[in-house]
Write a protein that binds this ligand. Sequence first.
Ligand SMILES: NC(=O)c1ccc[n+]([C@@H]2O[C@H](COP(=O)([O-])OP(=O)(O)OC[C@H]3O[C@@H](n4cnc5c(N)ncnc54)[C@H](O)[C@@H]3O)[C@@H](O)[C@H]2O)c1
Ligand SMILES: [Zn+2]
Length: 386
Amino acid sequence: MTTHHEVLASWRFDDGLLAPTTASHQVAVQVSRLDCYDILIAAGLLGGRNPLVEQRLRAGAESAWIVTDEIVADLHGERLSLLNFGGSWVRDTLVLPPGETTKSQEGWTRCIDWMTRKQVGRRDAVLAVGGSVVSDLVGFAAATYMRGIAYVNVPTTLLSQVDGAMGGKVAINTPHAKNLVGAFHHPTMVVTDTEFLQTLERAEIANGLAEAIKTFAIESSDAFAFLEETVADCLDGRLERLTAVVRLCAEIKMHLLDNDPYEVDLRRVLNFGHTLGHPIETSFAYEGIRHGEAVAIGMASAARIGHRRGLTTDKTLERLVGLLTAAELPTSIDRSAVDEVIERVEIISAIRGGSLRFVIPTHLGERMMIVDDVTTAEMTDALVGS
Ligand SMILES: NC(=O)c1ccc[n+]([C@@H]2O[C@H](COP(=O)([O-])OP(=O)(O)OC[C@H]3O[C@@H](n4cnc5c(N)ncnc54)[C@H](O)[C@@H]3O)[C@@H](O)[C@H]2O)c1
Ligand SMILES: [Zn+2]
């Protein structure tokens, strides 16, 4: 293939340009994209003035703008003000209502209007301080404002620390489908202080554990066994255990993304549990169910489908459902809710040209299989847990 530079080097104006021709003219372009960023993880990283964090953040942006939600602003005002490094690096803060419904077209408009009014510039960075509702929304606003400005993730929920703040997938929901409008836009840095987790409700820790269970089930039976032993401590908020889980997940997720950072291969194993998880969330209109809870049901269902087909071993299904249950997560839905979920599944399947890919576990921490011919009857049985 001709590279961008070769095409440019061979360009010239000549008389032939205006001659009538029926031949089509082809300009081949190859654009390479390289994003590089660091993920810093420690308990207490933002607990006081931290010269390393300060120097790294300031080097990346002339000034900063914080976007957060009301709950994080209330609980962690002090940590937020420390991000100002005792000066005026942070110019202003936008505080959004908490919850999944903020990750919407209205939420995006609100961010963009605020950034425009405040004249956020190209040399600035937006700091997304919050859970993955905040990082997905702010990341998408940063991707689209002026065709892309820098943003930094400061994740405050377990779910965002183990998964959502890393990988550069940013999006908003529409009433029809989860994450339907989005982009790939990597943060310039991720600053993960696990002390944020000290104020999380138990159900929010469980919510984050769902994505950790997903990551470990895909890649590491040792990490899965570690979580089986420590799940009760994690739910109780034992910080050194949670920090270990966050670190493991960051390393494994980055390893899994290494070969395919822009999700060219749509059969990505990290979607385990999401084929049904996303439609479940949409069927709840994004209220009354957490992302991790929906993914937990999605993972248990995918394993049941695999088990019925002889792909998932007895032990894998048993340990997966066992760990999800120990993490106080749901593993099935009521029969009365199934039709609505299947309707949402059909919308997504239609958008994707009729195909729906399920990531099916075989053995824990080993090979995942991709199956694209799952029937409605199989989904229904799996969702209700039979
Ligand atoms: N981009 C990705 O790769 C990716 C990966 C996984 C999930 N996601 C997305 O993440 C979203 C869910 O993120 P989430 O679970 O972090 O939800 P969230 O951001 O809504 O946070 C959950 C709740 O916890 C509160 N909260 C945040 N930090 C807190 C703290 N330190 N103490 C007490 N309360 C706190 C929030 O205000 C909110 O009420 C979903 O939209 C999902 O699609 C994205
Ligand atoms: Zn997820």
